[in-house]
Design a protein around this ligand. Structure first.
Ligand code: NAD
Length: 497
């Protein structure tokens, strides 16, 4: 055996040994119902951001393997589209049950490759699985329409049909849920799918494929490829077989993919970056507002698209709020996500750490004060940080920080803070805390964002539409609207009835 092979086997064995079901950890891609490698056997390494240790290797696929996966999905579509809603629902229910049964292992794989605390990873597995259950149920509720025709013997009927082969490209921050939010409605609608997970978190995706196969989902219906992003993305967007691209990730990459999809006029669903404002008025319940910021800002170490990026606090409570937030932040525990009690894991990579530090340095150079944290720790750990005196000329006001930094902006007037909150090309999540119900409606309706948390730091649940406006994206995931993204309308015009 070559030494390199030996290392690969040892690494994989060490991760698998931590699982109740070691077969959930696989280093192969899943295409056309087979566990495959890249042409020529190329692989790339995946590490644990908490320790830097390599946890395994996955195939480094490119255009050729992608074309094969698209062809498999195209073949499978011909029979999958003809299954009944009840048959698809039963398979999705089975997939859901397997995810819940193996939640501990799926969570451990996620923490090992992504870093988030194990309890959060378990929460994500349940959240991710809930989309599979929801869309299993929604599969049975794809209704058409009848429309009055212009003539007495005419009829107009609208049918819903699956879009076709779907391509999904997903990020590393929610390695499970960002896949299930796409794959479940696609499959429920009768589409087949080719998924490319993020390079940092392929093992969570591949574990889902193991369970999909076990659930009995037919070959070619779900395909998961790891490898070179631009090349795989290029092949997926170029293919006329692929009829829809669903992407979650940065606005920069979303724009590239949207442009590439223009050539074949694909349907496009985009869940992109955010720059969420969090407005706290003088009349807010301060404890609830602190709890809201803690939930919104520090979940997943601040690496979420909906996390509070700009916290606007009204003059009268600014100092009291800063004190209470700093006290709550002081209780967070930074560490390896597998260590009991950890509430903030490592950042995903060095580039993320550099960006966070550059935002903090820019803010302090322009006059902000660090109330807690503010300096990079060991490895990829960044301390939860509170900044006061931040102003809208700072980088942190305009760019997604994607880390555990809470900048507090002071404001006086309602109209002023609405204008500042909307002064961004992004429009994903926003939040406001007030006890005045008129203000709550007035401000919520004036905020140019796809979602508004009113006295709540959470805007994401299976049953409600999730998505952004402006440069935060197109389309919605979750809720009964989520399946519509994977359906086409066909209008039948009947005469002589
Ligand atoms: P990213 O855009 O760098 O990567 C996302 C995915 O795109 C990855 O799988 C990556 O490999 C792939 N990719 C990169 N370049 C590509 C290319 N040229 N062609 C095809 N694919 C390519 O984003 P990220 O750093 O993984 O994720 C963080 C970003 O995702 C943040 O901006 C965050 O706000 C956003 N996000 C949005 C939502 C949402 O629902 N709106 C949810 C989670 C994350």
């Amino acid at each position: 055996m070559v030494p390199e092979m030996e290392t690969v086997m040892t690494l994989a064995a060490s991760v698998a040994a931590q699982l109740k079901d070691p077969s959930l950890f696989t280093e192969r891609c899943y295409v056309d119902g087979a566990w495959t490698g890249a042409e020529g056997g190329a692989t790339f390494a995946v590490d644990n951001p908490a320790t830097g240790a390599i946890i395994g290797h996955v195939p480094d696929c490119g255009a050729q393997e992608t074309d094969a996966a698209i062809a498999a999905a195209g073949r499978a579509f011909q029979s999958w589209r003809k299954t009944t809603a009840g048959e698809r629902a039963a398979l999705l229910e089975r997939w859901y049950a397997l995810m819940m049964e193996h939640a501990d292992d799926l969570a451990r794989i996620m923490t090992l490759e992504q870093g988030k605390p194990l309890a959060e990873a378990k929460g994500e597995i349940a959240y991710g699985a809930s989309f599979v259950k929801w869309f299993a149920e929604e599969a049975r509720r794809v209704y058409g329409e009848t429309i009055p025709a212009a003539t007495a013997d005419g009829r107009i009927i609208v049918q819903k049909q699956p879009v076709g082969v779907v391509a999904a490209i997903t990020p590393w921050n929610f390695p499970n849920a960002m896949i299930t939010r796409k794959a479940a409605p696609a499959l429920a609608a009768g589409c087949t799918i080719v998924i490319k997970p993020a390079e940092a978190t392929p093992f969570s995706a591949l574990a889902l494929a193991v369970l999909a196969e076990r659930a009995g989902i037919p070959k070619g219906v779900i395909n998961i490829l790891t490898g070179r992003p631009a090349e795989i993305g290029g092949a997926l967007t170029k293919s006329p077989t692929v009829r829809k691209l669903t992407f979650t990730g940065s606005t920069r990459v979303g724009k590239i993919l949207m442009a590439q999809c223009a050539e074949t006029v694909k349907k496009v669903g985009l869940e992109l970056g955010g720059n969420a404002p969090f407005l706290i008025f003088d009349d807010a319940d301060l404890d609830a507002a602190v709890a809201g910021v803690m939930a919104s800002k520090f979940r997943n170490g601040g690496q979420t698209c909906v996390c509070a990026n700009r916290i606007f606090v009204q003059d009268g409570i600014y100092d009291a709020f800063a004190d209470r937030l700093a006290a709550a932040v002081g209780k967070l525990k930074v560490g390896d996500g597998l260590t009991e009690g950890t509430t903030i894991g490592p950042m995903i990579n060095k580039a993320a750490i550099d960006k966070i530090q550059s935002h903090v340095d820019d803010a302090t150079a322009r006059g902000a004060s660090v109330v807690s944290g503010g300096k990079v720790g060991e490895g990829l750990f960044y301390p939860p940080t509170v900044l006061t005196g931040t102003t809208t000329d700072m980088r942190i006001a305009h760019e997604e920080t994607f880390g555990p930094v809470a900048p507090l902006f002071r404001f006086t007037e309602e109209a002023e803070v609405i204008a500042k909150a909307n002064d961004t090309p992004f429009g994903l999540a926003s939040y406001l805390f007030t006890r005045d119900i008129s203000r709550a409606f007035r401000v919520a309706e004036a905020l140019e964002f796809g979602m508004v948390g009113v006295n709540s730091g959470s805007v994401s649940t299976t049953t409600a539409p999730f998505g952004g406006i402006k440069e935060s994206g197109l389309g919605r995931e979750g809720s009964h609207h989520g399946i519509e993204e994977f359906l086409e309308m066909k209008t039948l015009h009947l005469g002589g009835i």
